[in-house]
Write a protein that binds this ligand. Structure first.
Ligand code: UDX
Length: 467
């Protein structure tokens, strides 16, 4: 593996939609590339302009920000994903192409990096004759599962029975319910079509990089070596989570975080608080929220719970719960804090946090792994069921909640999970494993670590193209 030049003359364009879970890994990657002397421009959709410009790291002289319209008005409700995806593939595509035409009047891009959810951008980039890399922003396991499904490499069952088993290389035996939901018939077809487009366009992609790290997905990464390999360069999280001194907000927050919760945590004993959050999109049903509330009330444990308000850009449901009953808040006053949004990464670093009830979005999963925080996996859709399976059976840094036939986890089940990660020998084993992974995450990115080597290789290959 060759070393990166002292000053590589590399100019990279990144393309992503303005979704919290999509922008942040791209931004973290941009920062890492910049630290290696690479110039980065991020092109993202107009609807994210104000939050991007508010963020001091995103809006810095180091990263050039460019915006293109997805073809919809700013106030359009983008939780209508079908309209969004249809429009962006046609109008957004043209707007991105025009933007690249303008940008390349004065500069040359050595490479463009896209995330998986803008497959049409791969064609635009090819039309502009720019070499393209894909940054796979989820677990390598999902890259492999989708690959095998869309390229017809392995046989998958008919998906009508959630208990049906699927055997895939490098992975534990999966039930249909553990697969990423976008390939299941019960999910809207446009998500599956989006990914099908991505795998069709993969031939035009020169490098597939992963936000994960080899140490936790070794078998899965190896299983892709003879197909279209994935090179993990993560964990893609802000540097401060990996022990670097500067605490900067590399991430873009689409909502204002309530920082008071950090002071609140300062006054709680170490490893005493259950942190609960379901990311930027998932909203619980009233029944489900109620069962969590009953469990917390009975448990006498400290908790910090993020409950997003209505109309926050998440996927609204008829029976969705956006607030907790006053009575519950009164009864748990002092040991419980409910906020609308928090600085999650700083929360997960806090010694008072004992465990995380998480929807298992990939960013949240990486953030727990680098902090050694045990997880109660509470998956909802997309890659989350697979991530929860990895957490329980591969990483072994947590447990996965079991839903009843109504799709809701009972009070007894939630109690079982909390006990499993907080008390007794099982909890000790989970914590030990979580701390081992925390250590390996740092090693992956140290000079000579697997992710660091992959990143250097990527940069030196682009550098070779630009000589
Ligand atoms: C989406 C998908 O749902 C997820 O499955 C996929 O892996 C990525 O895209 P999201 O649901 O938002 O993402 O989850 P996640 O990937 O975990 O990202 C959420 C981000 O928001 C994390 O970086 C987390 O730190 C941050 N966050 C969450 C906050 O800063 N504050 C909060 O209160 C909650």
């Amino acid at each position: 593996m060759s070393l990166v030049d002292e000053k590589p003359n590399i100019n990279i364009l990144m393309v992503t939609m303005s979704l919290q879970g999509h922008i942040n890994p791209m931004l973290n990657f941009a920062k890492r590339l910049i630290s290696k002397g690479v110039h980065v421009t991020i092109a993202t959709t107009e609807d994210g302009r104000s939050s991007m410009l508010k963020n001091k790291d995103a809006n810095s002289s180091e990263i050039k920000l460019e915006f293109f319209s997805d073809g919809l008005s700013i106030d359009f409700d983008r939780s209508d994903t079908k309209t969004l995806l249809n429009t962006i593939q046609e109008k957004g595509r043209k707007n991105l192409s025009n933007l690249i035409t303008n940008l390349t009047k004065n500069q040359t891009f050595s490479c463009a990096i896209v995330n998986p959810f803008v497959p049409w951008a791969i064609d635009v980039i090819a039309e502009h004759e720019i070499p393209c890399a894909l940054l796979w922003i989820q677990a390598s396991a999902c890259y492999s599962i989708y690959y095998r499904y869309f390229k017809n490499i392995d046989s998958f069952p008919k998906f009508d029975d959630p208990n049906e088993k699927v055997e895939l290389p490098g992975l534990p035996l999966l039930e249909v319910r553990d697969l990423p939901s976008f390939i299941l018939p019960s999910y809207p077809l446009h998500f599956k079509e989006l990914l099908a487009d991505l795998y069709k366009a993969l031939d035009k992609v020169k490098w597939v990089l992963g936000a994960s790290f080899y140490e936790i997905e070794e078998e899965i990464v190896k299983s892709m070596d003879s197909l279209t390999p994935i090179y993990p360069i993560g964990p893609l999280v802000p540097p401060f989570l990996l022990g670097e001194k500067e605490i900067s907000d590399v991430n873009v927050d689409l909502w204002n975080a309530e920082d008071s919760c950090l002071e609140w945590l300062d006054n709680k004993p170490d490893s005493s608080v259950i942190y609960i959050s379901f990311g930027s999109l998932v909203v619980l049903s009233k029944k489900q929220m109620n069962n969590i509330a009953i469990t917390l009330k009975n448990s006498n444990k400290n908790f910090l719970w993020v409950v997003k308000p209505a109309n926050n850009g998440g996927y609204e449901k008829e029976d969705a719960a956006y607030e907790l009953p006053e009575e519950f808040l009164k009864e748990t006053e002092g040991r419980g804090l409910v906020v609308k949004w928090c600085a999650q990464q700083k929360v997960l670093m806090h010694p008072a946090v004992a465990c995380f009830i998480s929807h298992c979005g990939w960013n949240s999963t990486l953030e727990t792994l680098v902090n050694g925080v045990p997880v109660i996996g509470w998956p909802s859709w997309t890659d989350q069921p697979t991530n929860a399976k990895l957490i329980e059976n591969v990483f072994k840094n947590g447990v996965k909640v079991k839903y009843g036939e109504d799709g809701v986890a009972s009070v007894e089940e939630i109690e079982r999970c909390i006990k499993d990660v907080m008390e007794g020998p099982n909890a000790a084993e989970i914590k030990k494993r979580a701390m081992e992974i925390k250590e390996s995450a740092r090693k992956a990115l140290e000079e000579g670590g697997n992710s660091s080597k992959n990143l250097n290789q990527f940069i030196s290959e682009i550098n070779g193209l630009t000589q």
